[in-house]
Design a protein around this ligand. Structure first.
Ligand SMILES: *Cc1c(COP(=O)(O)O)cnc(C)c1O
Length: 217
């Protein structure tokens, strides 16, 4: 199957379930993104600021660019003018920097708080107390719209473990809704290897790369 066919098949299946498909195009050439774009894809996910800026300059402006990587504070300014959704907000200081840059250009910026759900040490994210703290202080960030939560499960085939991690994040998402308000509606969890399980546990946004664009070199 081609990139176009893989995107279309996935998109149709997921759209029928009310799930937004973010096509993760990191490290892939613009020609691959264009193939997906021409089939109808408008949600692309990138991990690296410079790569995202370069691709955005070379593609149509109706694309919704999702920044899904680990964002350094000193790079927020480069994506602030155009990014659609920043998935990986993992500290209050990053939230404060996004507020600063958003205020400077008077553009509301949508974000997800990244929650640490995996067993591995290396993954970024807030714990439950930090999420609560962020949601309790939203008044300090009037230019930031917190749309929901994002999480990455363990790098494992253990369905019980993954189900537990996704279920935990869904629970936290539901509990947070009351505090965060009506715009808090997005739960980003699930990648190529685990998206079906993530959706079964309540995900409504999946970030899929290799299952669309092929393995990364
Ligand atoms: C690379 C990446 C993905 C996509 O991974 P695949 O396994 O290729 O689908 C999803 N989310 C994040 C945060 C990533 O870094």
């Amino acid at each position: 199957m081609s990139i176009a066919q893989r995107w279309q098949t996935l998109h149709q299946t997921l759209a029928a379930q009310g799930v937004t498909l973010v096509a993760v195009s990191k490290t892939k050439p613009v020609s691959d993104l264009v193939e997906a774009y021409d089939t109808g894809c408008r949600d692309f996910g990138e991990n690296y600021v410079q790569e995202l800026v370069d691709k955005a300059q070379n593609m149509d402006s109706d694309i919704r660019w999702h920044f899904i990587g680990h964002l350094q504070r000193n790079k927020v300014k480069y994506i602030a003018p155009f990014v659609h959704l920043i998935h990986g907000v993992d500290t209050l200081s990053l939230l404060a920097e996004i507020e600063k840059q958003a205020a400077k250009i008077d553009r509301p910026i949508q974000v997800l708080l990244q929650v640490y759900i995996a067993t591995e040490e290396s993954k970024f994210g807030m714990d439950e107390a930090e999420v609560e703290q962020a949601l309790a202080s939203l008044g300090q960030y009037p230019h930031v719209v917190v749309r929901g939560l994002m999480g990455m499960a363990s790098f494992s085939q253990d369905q019980t473990l993954l189900g537990h991690e996704f279920g935990y994040l869904k629970g936290l998402f539901d509990r947070s809704k009351g505090v965060a308000g009506p715009l808090f509606d997005t739960l980003s969890m699930g990648m190529s290897g685990d998206y079906a399980l993530a959706i079964a546990h309540g995900s409504n946004m999946v970030r899929i790369g290799s299952a669309i664009f092929g393995a990364r070199g």
